[in-house]
Write a protein that binds this ligand. Structure first.
Ligand code: HEM
Length: 410
């Protein structure tokens, strides 16, 4: 059995902006040094698909390293630090099960399918507003889609979106491991907390039919004593932020790919089934998240002893690009579905609850975007977001030809 100290591992400079812009040569060096393990600024990185999959299942020996991230950020006693300690992702065992089971019925594939007409309506409304501009930053445009859908599903007023967006944007930097963002993170937590309190207070004055929207489900659960008031506000904050930058960045990354694949993009306007395949291939090809975990019990994996207390990072954003996957670097929506291996939505007890909503949103969004935004072309440069946490493009300025929808939105 080897110890971590015995291994000669490549060090991935994941906090470096140059790494965010082009991590591939560094991951190739990491693979050349060791098949599945590397180091980084704060711990170790699991970079191989099989190893990510095997280790993320070990919920009894690994847990979300969200408490450790608070320590690294020196955020103890701050509003954001408190939220990270108590959020759904940081919870374990029965406390996690109890809260997850409140949400789970609202996040099934059937529920996601039920929300498709709402998603179509939201994207159609946004396109009506944005397409006449003729050119815009696609990332800005894309950001309004998941917030509007989420506010509608929760039952929160969409009028507040303008003022909430910058807080959600700030919250997207939660796992960036960069202390300079702490003041913005704290401010964003306070804004979202105040908003959560406000919508709960409003709902108390005018209740809806049982189960009519997520807020009604959550307030009922609170009344039944199955959720504390603090847990309710934290869940609302979490729901607003969990699907925001992940979905926005995934859609922006997809547009960035499709700008260079005009034939494929054009066909997405006509073919919803192709939009499904393109969306899934996008989740394999390039997505957003790096998951932090702390080892809670000594483990041994493939002859390497990993002691309790080791901080592990799982860049699931690149899990689908493992060289073991045939032709991994080609964007091919027609590839065999059974071989589309990726862990974009995590694995184990914290696997993304919103994954069916995320898939449906991007499929519906892409189909209408491809109809109304014809021949998109870049008119400026993009930057990259920090690789730690939620990665993706920062800005995607485009110009395009305006067109009418091929079919009326329901
Ligand atoms: C492209 C879009 C998305 C991606 C890539 C994504 C990714 C992830 C990942 C990797 C995790 C696991 C984190 C961990 O294990 O520490 C997660 C958890 C979660 N996501 Fe998503 N997500 C997306 C969209 C959404 C949406 C739209 C929602 C809600 C509407 C959502 C709600 C959640 C929730 C509630 C959890 C926590 C589950 C738990 O702790 O039990 N996500 N997501």
């Amino acid at each position: 059995m080897q110890t971590l100290a015995d291994l000669e591992l490549h060090s991935l400079p994941m906090a470096d902006p140059a790494f965010s812009a082009d991590p591939w040569p560094e991951f190739a060096k990491a693979r050349a040094a060791h098949p599945w393990l590397a180091t980084c600024d704060f711990g170790f990185v699991i970079h191989q698909y099989d190893a990510m999959r095997d280790l993320l299942w070990l919920d009894h020996s690994l847990t979300g390293a969200y408490h450790d991230v608070v320590e690294i950020m020196e955020a103890e006693g701050t509003p954001w630090g408190r939220f990270q300690h108590e959020s759904l992702l940081a919870r374990t065992g029965d406390a996690h099960k109890r809260i997850r089971s409140v949400l789970a019925p609202a996040f099934t594939p059937q529920q996601a399918a039920r929300h498709r007409p709402l998603m179509r309506k939201v994207i159609a409304g946004l396109l009506d507003e944005w397409v006449p501009k003729g050119e815009f930053d696609f990332e800005d445009f894309a950001s309004f889609f998941p917030i509007t859908v989420m506010c509608s599903l929760i039952g929160a007023p969409t009028a507040a979106i303008g003022s909430l967006r910058s807080s959600m944007e700030a919250f997207g930097l939660s796992m960036s491991m960069d202390k300079k963002f702490l003041p913005r993170l704290n401010e964003a937590t306070l804004v979202l907390d105040a908003f959560a309190r406000e919508i709960v207070a409003e709902r108390r004055k005018a209740r809806l039919a049982p189960g009519e929207d997520m807020l009604e489900i959550l307030v009922t659960t609170l009344d039944e004593g199955k959720l504390s008031e603090r847990e309710l506000y934290d869940l609302l904050i979490f729901l607003f932020v969990a699907g925001y930058d992940t979905s926005k960045n995934a859609l922006t990354l997809l547009m960035n790919v499709l700008i260079d694949r005009p034939d494929l993009y054009r066909r997405c306007a006509e073919d919803p089934a192709l939009c499904r395949k393109v969306t899934e291939e996008n989740f394999r090809y390039l997505t957003t998240s790096t998951i932090p975990r702390i080892v809670t019990k000594d483990i041994a994996y493939r002859d390497v002893a990993i002691p309790a207390g080791t901080l592990l990072f799982f860049p699931v954003s690149i899990s689908g690009r493992d060289p073991a996957i045939a032709n991994a670097d080609a964007f091919d929506p027609e590839r065999d579905q059974a071989k589309k291996r990726h862990i974009t939505f995590g694995m184990g007890v914290h696997i993304c609850l919103g994954q069916f909503i995320a898939r449906a949103q991007i499929e519906e969004g892409l189909h209408q975007i491809a109809q109304r935004i014809r021949n998109p072309r870049r008119i400026g440069t993009s930057q990259w977001r920090p690789f730690y946490g939620v990665w993706g493009l920062k800005g995607l300025p485009i110009a395009f030809d305006q067109a009418e929808a091929l079919e009326p939105a329901e």
